[in-house]
Design a protein. Sequence first.
Length: 330
Amino acid sequence: MGHPVALQHNPADHMLFVIQTQTKEELATFCQSWAEEEKTVILSQIADVRSRPATLPPTALRGKSCILQLSLLVQRELREVMRNKIGLIMRFAVNGVLGLLFAFIFQGIGGKDNEPGGFQGHFGAVCNMMIGTMFSSSQPLLLQFPLERPVFLREYGSNMYGVIPYFLAKTVVEIPLSFLTALESWLIAYWVMDLSGNFMYLVLIGTALSLAAASTALFIGCSVSNAQSAQELAPLIFVPQIMFAGIFIPIGLVPVWLRWLQYICALKYAINLGCVVEFDYSPVFKAELKQTQNIDPDQAWLYALILACIFVGFRFLAMLNLRRKAQFVF
């Protein structure tokens, strides 16, 4: 009838909105067309259904368990990932291109520590690998929730599932994707850069950074109502992360009243852990990192704990924010 249902909108809500916004003449035409379709098509279908012996009113159902909700939501998330082939391919393609770019810019840098600027370049290689991981993991989630917002609000408002299973399902699917993304990056760059740190430790650190940075993006995405606003707030995620990473200025030279921001910047602690792993072979370089970048190998457990807290903390805040917004749907 010339009023198609928009993507991700409820057909019944759409019909009511169309009727309420029509003029009297348009409404009369609409009702006439509706009556004709009801007479020629709908009434015969209703009679056919009613004539079947299996036609019984549905019984009342209690809310399903959290485990069942989580299971079904995980299945849906997996289907969404596999169906969105272009997005999946682009995610790994862009990550691979960045990995190749970093690899050849810093080619052989791990064996040039004794050359002028070699140690600085070696440190920069670790930093750039972590920065690439942060960008590739944050961008998808930054826009995902604003785009899925209409679906979530209606399903949550209909009591189909809770906020906790919804977030857990996305996290369960996100973890292997983050691991594969980090694995791809380090497989491309590790040997070309001639790095010497434990390969699997670096991959796990990249995975942890990916999840923590994605949590920050998730919080921003759940705090706004549309994708454009989320995109405009993107600098709040990336700029402080880079400024407090120790690349441009050592943390010890940052004003004391601003240093607390480093504790919500996942990139800083991923770089710390990466340097602890990569420069483990040299006491001299470890001492220099401790002096200039405040990276202490004895506090590696603390860096890992802060990364975990950023991951859990921002996801919890995002969950509360989304739940609060969902309460005002109806």
